[in-house]
Design a protein around this ligand. Structure first.
Ligand code: LLP
Length: 466
């Protein structure tokens, strides 16, 4: 996702957006085909050409729950969660990053599939606890947890709090002491890796708000201080280098540097910290051009490097944990929209307006993210046309899919689906223009179940107490 500046206004249809190859702008060979790379496992077309997921067709779904809607393939979600669990085996832990998408149903699926949960706010913690997840399977993150959030987490007995600053070390120690508890903690360090991703979602270079830099001995000093505090049980070091990453080398450098710190800690304090967490960040396919790595590949690479580095430093190999969010939730879901208008601008481009937009998917506006799209309510033999799919918000940057092909006979009332919207779409949704946030519908074995309902005007007005 390059963040090259380009004019927000319309461009000629034959001018390719920056960063996209000519190949990617060529019309697809079969415009009705659904590339399994970007669609959830059970997505297919039925004999009438209608897109189905979990055995339910999108026309029936739209009739049942309306549009826009996030449609989540439960079998796919569970399969991805299980793939991570299996890849890392019993000597490691997988904490799903709830910020990608969290609801009580999701918490129960994770619980059943043997995953733990990373939360980063009081709200996420409350969701996890209300779904009955055992608190010792929860990791609590954030660069500025409030004292109230910390107190709630310590009282609940969360398995670990990931400390992000010198002040927080003292704050958590103090609250744990007051509650007469010894809190298990990890210390989040920034390892100085430049992850190859969008600058807004890279988190391991030093000039940024997360973590404590390894550079200049600051992380070592943080460990020194934390080890002195009786109410803290320092169990390990945490590193998260960024998100939507395809290149494994950043993870490997991070693992190498974290093990280096473990060695320094052993040499200075005679303590071998038992755990390291290497965060999340594995990229997914948003378009057919993306080639993501599989969980077993990252598991193998991380396990090998940690084992090797520990052997050479003569350290006991720590228990590894990881925190995938996008790689589990992202591919499970597509957003179903109804086309409202199709507006060809002579010599420029064709705008397809849908009944949602930046309020249900801010990622295109925020990160220049690329998405795919398909006509879902039917197939078409019409010529493909290059379009821009836009929302209904009062902003020209309200773009859902920057450049994509849809059939030239596309018309109001058609349903279109945008795949790979399971991560950071509902969780970053807003009420801009008093939009009502769409529901999340989980589909499985021929049944659709609303797991997060659509917001209503009453929901909006309930908050307006003036
Ligand atoms: N662990 C920590 C400490 C994190 O901060 C994150 C993501 C994850 C794990 C999960 O990363 P994932 O596996 O999902 O890449 N809103 C942005 C992504 C922000 C990621 C923030 N932290 C987006 O839509 O691309």
């Amino acid at each position: 996702m390059s963040r090259s500046a380009h004019p927000a206004g319309p461009r000629h249809a034959d001018v390719l957006p920056e960063g996209r190859s000519v190949a990617s702008a060529a019309p697809p060979a079969d415009p009705n085909a659904l590339d399994p790379k970007v669609w959830a496992q059970t997505v297919a077309r039925n004999a009438d050409g209608v897109v189905t997921v979990g055995g339910v067709d999108v026309n029936a779904l739209a009739a049942q729950v309306g549009t826009p809607a996030y449609v989540l393939d439960e079998a796919d979600f569970r399969a991805r969660a299980r793939a991570w669990r299996t890849a890392f085996g019993h000597d490691a832990d997988v904490f799903y990053a709830g910020k990608a998408f969290l609801s009580r149903a999701v918490v129960r699926w994770l619980d059943e599939e043997g995953l733990n949960l990373d939360v980063c706010s009081g709200g996420e913690l409350a969701t996890a606890l209300s779904a009955g997840l055992s608190p010792d399977r929860i990791a609590f993150h954030g660069n500025n947890k409030t004292p109230a959030e910390i107190r709630r987490a310590v009282e609940a007995g969360v398995g670990r709090i990931v400390l992000d600053s010198f002040q927080e070390i003292v704050r958590v120690a103090h609250i744990a002491r007051e509650l007469d508890k010894r809190q298990r903690v990890q210390i989040r360090v920034t390892v100085g890796v430049e992850a190859h991703t969008h600058e807004f979602i890279a988190t391991a270079h030093e000039d940024q708000k997360f973590g404590i830099p390894l550079a200049g001995g600051q992380a070592a000093e943080a460990v020194r201080r934390a080890l002195q505090l009786d109410s803290l049980d320092v169990i390990g070091i945490h590193s998260h280098i960024g998100s939507q990453i395809f290149d494994m080398s950043g993870f490997e450098v991070a693992a190498h540097r974290v093990v280096g710190l473990l060695k320094d800690i052993r040499d200075e304090h005679g303590v071998e910290l038992p755990e390291i967490d290497l965060g999340g960040g594995l990229g997914i396919a948003y378009t057919s051009e993306d080639d993501p790595r599989e969980p077993h590949e990252i598991a193998k690479a991380l396990t090998e490097i940690v084992t090797r580095e520990c052997e050479s430093a003569r350290l006991r190999t720590p228990r590894i944990s990881v925190e995938p969010g996008r790689a589990i939730a992202g591919p499970t879901t597509f957003t179903l929209y109804e086309v409202g208008t199709v507006k060809p601008l002579e010599g420029l481009r064709t705008y397809v307006s849908v009944d949602g937009g930046m309020s249900d998917n801010i990622r295109t506006a925020l990160y220049d993210a690329e998405y795919s799209v398909a006509l879902a309510s039917r197939t078409s033999d019409a010529e493909p046309m290059l379009v821009r799919v836009v929302g209904k918000h009062c902003e020209s940057g309200d773009i859902v899919v920057k450049d994509a092909f849809l059939p030239a006979d596309l018309a109001p009332g058609d349903l279109i689906a945008v795949p790979a919207t399971g991560a950071y779409c509902r969780s970053m949704a807003s009420n801009y223009n008093h939009a009502l946030r769409p529901p999340v519908v989980a589909v499985r074995d021929g049944e659709a179940r609303v797991i997060v309902r659509r917001e209503s005007e009453e929901d909006l007005l309930r908050l307006d107490v003036g």
